[in-house]
Design a protein around this ligand. Structure first.
Ligand code: NDP
Ligand code: GDR
Length: 326
């Protein structure tokens, strides 16, 4: 049985990746940072029905000693670094914490791999946010980076330190430059889930309006279930590398609102209101990925359209709120 260690196992991608690896016959271990609110720990793993099939070990990306201990105990064949302070907006309020977790935390984990388990294959969760202020067409592995937030700057450090450990120490370390991917398990602070949750609440009479920020921002949105497959494929390659993972279709936040509200029979223009509190000090205006390399080398393709994604998310939020109202 191959063994996988996932940091960020309690997040959206951690849950979907756990389900995928279990289905493939892996023994799955996850790093769990201590929380005083124990009832919410593992809620996403629970949603996918895998909470009893993964083993959670105490540790924190900021504490190298905990990572060394976990690496020693698990002796993983594959390590997926999904843990991060991942909310872009919060990274202006907590820039140093974001750097410590998202940038240096990745370096801590690479050190633990190098010292304890150098034969393990390593995946770094890099981000299309690293492209930031883009010029010209779709972004691929050769597009220059221009990060626009403390989060994106931190991810860029983590990306390059992954490349550096590959080149310096010969680690099988890959970096997946993933564009936005969503699901019913997306945190409700991110724009897609905020919209689907808002549309569901308004439909059910639980709210009237949805305060939003920049509706003109454009993102390339895919489904998390499709994207964790790309992570796994990267670690199955004989050679490590960097891969853009995206659908190739870019849509605006406004279009996402239209789709979500239309799904519940509402006109978004009657409910979405602008609130400057949700604007950012610096914005990433448009992202659109070119995943040609992932398609050619990994044989990866997205399987979920934007319309299917929106429908699945809105339906899940309607169910959640109806259950709570019972
Ligand atoms: P989430 O925000 O849902 O999950 C983040 C995870 O990191 C949680 O499990 C969280 O634990 C954990 N974590 C945070 N800080 C620490 C810490 N100090 N030590 C250990 N664990 C910690 O993110 P996603 O699942 O959406 O994303 C997974 C990764 O992919 C992230 O690194 C993200 O930046 C990156 N990414 C995501 C994209 C997306 O569109 N979703 C696109 C590109 C990259 P807890 O539950 O305790 O908070
Ligand atoms: P992003 O995701 O910053 O792309 O990072 P988010 O969903 O937060 O924002 C996307 C775009 O929507 C605009 N927007 C709003 N965003 C939020 N959250 N709330 C609002 O009310 C709102 N109104 C408009 C934003 O300005 C932005 O342009 C996500 C995270 O998962 C990162 O961890 C990951 O690396 C990238 O995707 C790829």
């Amino acid at each position: 049985m191959p063994r996988a260690l996932i940091t960020g196992i309690t997040g959206q991608d951690g849950a979907y990746l756990s389900a995928l690896l279990l289905e493939k016959g892996y023994e799955v271990f996850g790093l769990l940072r201590r929380s005083a609110s124990s009832e919410v720990v593992g809620a996403r793993l629970h949603w996918l029905g895998v909470q009893d099939r993964v083993r959670l070990l105490d540790g924190n990306l900021m504490d190298l000693s905990s990572l060394l201990r976990v690496m020693e105990e698990v002796q993983p064949d594959e390590v997926y670094n999904l843990a991060a302070q991942s909310f872009v907006k919060a990274s202006w309020q907590q820039p140093l914490l974001t750097g410590q977790v998202t940038a240096l935390g990745a370096n801590n984990l690479l050190e633990a791999v190098r010292l304890i388990r150098p034969q393990a294959r390593f995946y770094q969760a890099s981000s299309s946010e690293m492209f930031g202020k883009v010029e010209g067409g779709a972004q691929n592995e050769r597009t220059p980076f221009h990060p626009r937030s403390p989060y994106a700057v931190s991810k860029l450090y983590a990306h390059w330190i992954t490349v550096n450990y590959r080149e310096s120490f010969g680690l099988h370390a890959s970096s997946g430059i993933l564009f936005n991917h969503e699901s019913p398990l997306r945190g409700v602070e991110f724009v897609t889930r905020k919209i689907t949750d808002g549309a569901a609440r308004i439909r059910l009479g639980l709210a009237q309006t949805l305060p939003m920020g920049n509706l003109e921002a454009r993102r390339d949105w895919g489904h998390a279930r499709d994207y964790v497959r790309a992570m796994w494929l990267m670690l199955q390659q004989p050679e490590p590398g960097d891969f853009v993972v995206a659908t190739g279709r870019s849509a605006s936040v406004r279009e996402f609102c239209e789709l979500a509200f239309a799904h519940v029979g509402l006109d978004w223009r009657r409910h979405v209101v602008l609130d400057p509190a949700f604007l950012r000090p610096a914005e990433v205006d448009v992202l659109q990925g070119d995943a040609t390399r992932a398609r050619e080398v990994l044989g990866w393709r997205p399987e979920t359209s934007l319309e299917e994604l929106v429908a699945e998310m809105v339906e899940a939020d309607l169910r959640r709120h109806r259950d709570r109202m019972r």
